[in-house]
Write a protein that binds this ligand. Sequence first.
Ligand code: ABU
Length: 467
Amino acid sequence: MKYVFNKTMNKICLAEYYEIYIFYLQRSPRVEGMDRYSFPEPEELAVLLDLELRDTGEPQGKLLKRVKDVAKYSIKTSHPRFFNQLFAGVDYHSMAGRFLTEALNTNLYTYEIAPVFVLVEAEVLRGMHRLVGWTEGDGIFCPGGSISNMYAMNLARYQLFPEIKSRGLWGLPRLTIFTSAESHYSVKKGAALLGIGTDHVILVKVDDGGRMIPEDLEEKIKLAKSEGSVPFLVSCTSGTTVKGAFDPLDHIANLCEKYMLWMHVDAAWGGSVLFSSKHRHLMKGVDRANSVAWNPHKMLVAGLQCSALLLRDTTNLLKRCHSASATYLFQQDKFYDVNLDTGDKSVQCSRKVDCLKLWLMWKAVGSAGLEARVDKAFIHPEFVNVCFWYIPPSLRGKEENADYQEQLSKVAPLIKERMMKEGTMMVGYQPQENRVNFFRVVAFSPLISQKDMDFFLNEIERLGKNM
Ligand code: ABU
């Protein structure tokens, strides 16, 4: 308790912790090669961190070492040579918002304990709705895009079969979901979690660019119906994980209207194009969707996690679907408007405040500033993901060899291992369909310079040329 209530101690602690954080954010022992060492094995790392929890507490000096070690051995995802994921870097206004919400430590379920954040969340959702093209709607910040996608599935099913809430799956027909072959894996996870079943997620063919082919979607809808299934949801993607493809939303919306299906757009990655007057055409037709998942923690660098589910619905569907009306929390005879107690819309009870970091950043740089960031990240011909193979000298000109593909599949994992062990940068790789392992570089952080991109290419060459 001494640490909690001794204000001077806390002040020193916070200042020192912050200094360490900034120090390690700017310097990067695991990236840029300034402090090269082998990537520690988990057992070795556990020892370096001295993980064991003991009966007695530790003095301040020791705790500071703990903090330094945590920072030292962690991956510096804000470093401009971290190209590994669809998130990288944190805007410093967002970071300030995060410090604030962590320090205020509240729970976003009732107005009485989170008055500021209930209003902030509503305002941020309104701003996002406007960008989608809706004048009204509903929504909620969720713990990540996968959960947003699962919410959409649950809402779509509830809208069609409201009795599911009390009766469960009993008596429901076989339901089917349609999504592209290159959509996010959370669609299958959601189908499993919600009792729909992964066998009933129908994968629609994509074109060469990874975009859903609407003609194939229509054929598959007809086939499912003819087999006695009940199609209820199309989950489109705006910004697929690997190729960054945008499904043709307008065309898909026509089919959703024709067959009366819920149209969900997983725009976790691509949603930020809505800020750009130059690029928002990629999501033309999004305003016709029933729901949209959008993660500002990705391209907008709002920091993990910041993920919103947006709904066109104005009938309180979100609350009707998820509420449990706990009388100890959501009393209906409170002295203020109980509609401000948004917690019963959620499937969670405790919910972190994820809206402030976006609100503060949006306030700071404005929509124009966010538009400029999105525009800067774009790469010809479309979006941000760049996928490529590195062909080492030993494989060049050997494309006709029987084992060429097998040999090529080993290149990216080996280069990745080398870069991790040397700590120079990070980039991801994956196979996809008939394509063996290839790199996917995702470069959008405002911190990335031409120098970093040159370094990236030279480093791939350096790490791979002797294979
Ligand atoms: N949920 C997709 C994120 C995966 C990635 O960062 O590559």
